[in-house]
Ligand binder design. Structure first.
Ligand code: GDP
Ligand code: ZN
Length: 308
């Protein structure tokens, strides 16, 4: 029987089988996982084969992980040399951001977008709390919409207070598997609790785990959306980190730069001060946004420090 992983703690799992039933699941004891250097062999969103657990009716045993379409990973919080797979088989990632209370920096947004590009997952940015925006923030929102839409990202303006933009957002989530991400305080829980009012998911999560002494670790969890599709909530995960990206390939993950890199004079151009650089020429002409270029340079600089 085939199933999809809805929750993974690293030692046990919750899966939903193709017949719609939900089971606790564990890994077959001797299962070997080839070529996996991650801390967790199975992640939320993974498609697996399961068989009956002879010891328990409510449990199944995972016998095989099917090939992943894609996945998002980050550096393991416990071991910098290992990856932690956050989720697999995604249709899109959704970044919740705000331009006020708190303000999400465009540097953070661009790092998120680079990660999404590197993992080949389409990204959407939601600017929440638009009810609080004054002239300054509204102008910034317009400017960001222009910049990001021009390079192919979907931007949504939202207020969970007035519900403006909410149906638009739900349309985008419908029938897709979406990973939800963003700094704390930007309204993710408010959004999740609005979709699942009866569950009050996050509060439940905390009390569930605290009894088991696991309250410092949070796990991604997937939920079926009432209007179709699935959402993966990642409480406590702020940033994915630029796993395995080389400095020389960073510009490949800026779509507007990627389109130009073959026009640079040198094929190893880093787009800094090289003569004949098509990217810096496009920045000078206003074809590439200066803010995006600054993000590119800032990310390059942080890669020097070698946290990644
Ligand atoms: P999370 O940390 O991303 O889960 O953020 P929360 O959902 O806990 O929201 C943080 C705070 O922002 C709470 O006090 C919410 O009531 C408030 N909030 C969420 N969405 C909006 C919004 O659209 N407008 C305003 N004014 N406040 C909001
Ligand atoms: Zn160049």
């Amino acid at each position: 029987m085939q199933a999809i992983v809805y929750k993974s703690t690293g030692s046990w799992y919750i899966v939903q089988a193709s017949n719609g039933n939900t089971f606790n699941a564990r890994l077959k004891g001797v299962m070997k996982l080839d070529g996996i250097t991650s801390t967790n062999p199975i992640a939320v969103g993974d498609e697996v084969n399961v068989e009956e657990d002879t010891e328990s009716e409510k449990s199944v045993i995972i016998t095989k992980i099917l090939d992943r379409k894609n996945y998002i990973a980050r550096i393991s919080p416990h071991n910098k040399n290992q990856h932690h797979i956050v989720a697999a088989n995604l249709d899109q990632v959704l970044l919740f951001a705000t331009l006020k209370n708190p303000k999400t920096s465009s540097g953070f947004i661009d790092r998120f977008l680079v990660s999404a590009e590197a993992f080949h997952v389409p990204a959407i940015i939601v600017f929440n709390k638009i009810d609080l925006y004054k002239k300054k923030e509204l102008e910034l929102l317009q400017q960001m919409k222009k910049t990001y839409c021009a390079i192919g990202y979907n931007i949504i303006a939202l207020s969970m207070e007035t519900k403006e933009g909410l149906s638009n957002l739900q349309d985008i989530l419908k029938d897709k598997t979406t990973l939800l991400s963003g700094h704390s305080g930007v309204g993710k829980s408010t959004f999740i609790n609005n979709i699942f009012p009866e569950k009050n998911l996050r509060t439940q999560e905390v009390s569930d785990w605290s009894g088991k002494g696991l309250h410092t670790t949070t796990f991604a969890e997937m939920f079926n959306l009432p209007f179709g599709g699935r959402i993966i909530d990642t409480p406590g995960i702020r940033e994915f980190g630029l796993v395995d990206i080389e400095k020389a390939e960073l510009s490949h993950y800026f779509p507007e730069m990627r389109a130009l890199i073959h026009s640079c004079k040198f094929n190893n151009c880093m787009h800094i001060e090289e003569p004949g650089c098509a990217v810096t020429a496009a920045v000078a002409k206003g074809v590439i946004s200066v803010e995006r270029y600054i993000s590119y340079r800032n990310i390059l600089d942080t890669m020097d420090i070698k946290n990644y």
